[in-house]
Write a protein that binds this ligand. Sequence first.
Ligand SMILES: Nc1ncnc2c1ncn2[C@@H]1O[C@H](COP(=O)(O)OP(=O)(O)OP(=O)(O)O)[C@@H](O)[C@H]1O
Length: 655
Amino acid sequence: MEKKVLIVDDEFVVANDLRLILSRSGFDVCGMADSYDEAIAIIEKHKPDLVLLDIYLKGAKTGIDLAHALGERNIAFVYLSANNNQQVLQDARATQPYGFLVKPFREKDVLVALDIAWYRHAHSLEAKLRKEQTLQIALSNIMGEEIAWQQRLEKMARQLQHAVPFDFLIIGYKTREADLEGKCTFFRIGFDEYQTIKIADFFSITGIPAKHFSEMEEMIIAEGFKIYNGDDFKALCARSMLKRQIAKKFQVQSNLIAPINVTDKGYFLLSFFSLLPDAYTPDHLQLLKNLQPSLELAVDRLVALYEIRMLSEQLKREKIYLQEEVKTNANFEEIIGTSHSLLQVFDKVTQVAHLDTSVLLLGESGTGKELVARAIHSMSPRKDKLLIKVNCSALPANLIESELFGHEKGSFTGATDRRIGKFELAQGSTIFLDEIGELPLDLQAKLLRVLQEKEIERIGGKQTIKVDIRIIAATNRDLETEITNGKFRLDLYYRLNVFPITLPPLRERKEDIPLLADFFARKFAKKTGKPFNGIKPSALEEMMTYDWPGNIREMENVMEQAFVLNDGKSPLQWGRPLINNRPAVSSPATADTPSQSLPEIKAQKQAAEKDYILSILKKTNGRVRGMGGAAEILNMKPTTLESRMAKLGIKKEHG
Ligand SMILES: Nc1ncnc2c1ncn2[C@@H]1O[C@H](COP(=O)(O)OP(=O)(O)OP(=O)(O)O)[C@@H](O)[C@H]1O
C-alpha cells in the first residue's frame, strides 16, 4: 500500500519539488501545508503515515510545535531545514524526530531519509507494543500475588521504572471514603534501590498535614492524566503546597500524574516525579492510558477481595455480638401494657420510628427504655440490620472511646490489633447509647461531632470514615440538672433531644401490673417447665399497693423469685417473705431497701429450686437424660441440669 505523506513547508517551490519526487517514487502525497493550522487540518482529515516538515512556517506556530502534535498522534516525521541555529536545532532534537534533511537536498537523500524514518517508526511501534504488553502482564501478576500491600506497591514501582522513569513515586489506592491499605512513596536512591517512605512518614518529612494531603491530591487528580514538565511543573508548585514540598525535599522538576479510576469506588494513583525538567513525554502518558483498563480490572478485583475479607470480619464480629445479645436479651418478646401513659409512648414510637431522627429516651431505671429503643429500631427501615447497643456506664472511660470509635493497631499500649468500633459496626443501622448521661465530657464532644458531621475517626487513624447511623440515646438522669452541674454538654443535649420520649414509672400505670405479672409468670413457666397455677388474689392486691421503685425490672425479678419459691402446685404467692417486709415506698429516693439481705434471698431460692428438682427426679426415678427424663420435663439441657444439680448438692442417687 502506498504510504501517505504530508509536506509542510512555507516555500512553495521546495514543497512542490518534494511532491514531484515523492509521487514519482510511489508515495501518496495527501497534502501540502504552509502553516501549523493547515497541517493539522490535513492530518485530521487524511491521517498521513509520514510528515516532512520545515521548522519555520507561516503564522505564529513553528514546525517544532507541529512536531509535538505529531508525537502525540504517533506519526513519524522528518525535519526539512536550512536552519543551523544551535538552540533551534536542540529544540527540534528534543521532539525526537525520525530524521533530518538539510536543504538543499538531493532526491536520493529524501528517499533514504523517508525509508529510514518509516522503518524506525514501525520498529519502535512494535517495540513499544511489546514493552507495553510485558509491563501489563507483569503488573497484573503482581496484583494477583498473595503478598502484603506495601510489598505489592514496591514491586509495581520497580516494574514501572523501566517504562516511565522516576526518581520519586507516589503509588496506591484510595477509596472515596478511606484508604484501603494506604498509599506508599518510593524514592530512588540507586540503580534498583529505593527508599520506601510510608505515607505517614511522608507527612512528617514534608510537614504536610494528613488532612490537607487528601484535599490537595483530590484537586490535582480532578485534572486527570497530565504531564507537568519544566515551567508547567513550576506553575503547579506555585498553586500546590504538596507539589512544592515534594519538589523541595526531593529536588524533582517534573511530574506525571495518572489517576486510574476504579469503578465508582476510588482510584489507583500513580504520580511520577523526575529530577529532569523534561522527563515525561506523551508516549509515557499514552502507555499509562493503555495500561488503564487492565490495571483498573486488577485493582477492582483486589478491592472486591478486600471487601469480602472486611465483610466476613464484620460478619464474624456481628455473630459474636449477636450471640452475646441473644444471651442477654433472651427475655425480649414484646412490650406489655395498655395504660394510657404507655399508649402515649406507643404513639410517639410509631410517629418517629420510620424517620432517621435521633431519639432520646427518658425515664427511671427499669421502665423499659431499652425495649422501646428496640421497638423503634424494628419498626424502622433499618430493621434488617442489627441494633448495636453500647452501655456508656458499663466501661471505664478510657475504654469507651475505643469501644465506640475503634482503634488502629498500635494506637495505644495494648492495641495489638485493629478494632472496629460500635459506630462502624452500626453502619447502616441504629446505635443505642444507653446511660448517655454517664458519658465523659471529652467523649461527649466526639459524639457531637459524629452527630454533626456523620463521620468518625478510629483512635490512631488518619482517615475519617463516613457513617450512616441512627442514634437512640437513653438516660435515667435529669440531663438538665447535669448541664447545670457542668457534667453534660448543652449542645449535645440539643442534638439528642430532637425527639424525647419519657417512659412512665410503673407506679403511675398500676393498671398494667396484673398484665405484667401474668406475662412474667408465663415467661418463667415456659423457661423452666414448671407449671403455673395463677397468682393468688391477695398477692396481686399487694402488688397494686406497692410502689415499684425498680419499675418493671424489679417486677420481673420479684416474679422470678416467687416462681422459684412456688411448689409448682398452688398459685403464686410472695407476700411473705419477699416483699411483705418492704416498706411501702412512695418515692424512688427511699426505694432501694430490700426486705431481706441478698444472701438470705439467694439461700431461699436455692432451697426451693433444690426441692423442685428433687421432686422431679423422684418422678423420673432419678433419670436425668433421655425421653421422660428430668431434663426433658424441666425443659433444660441435660448438661445444664447436671451442673445445676452439682451446684445444689443433688447427687444422682437422690432420685
Ligand atoms: N412493658 C414491658 N413489657 C414487658 N417487659 C418489659 C416492659 N418494660 C420493661 N420490660 C422488661 O423489664 C426489664 C427492664 O427494661 P429495660 O432494660 O428496657 O429498662 P431500662 O429503662 O432500659 O432500664 P435502665 O435504665 O436500668 O437501663 C427488661 O427485662 C425488659 O424486657
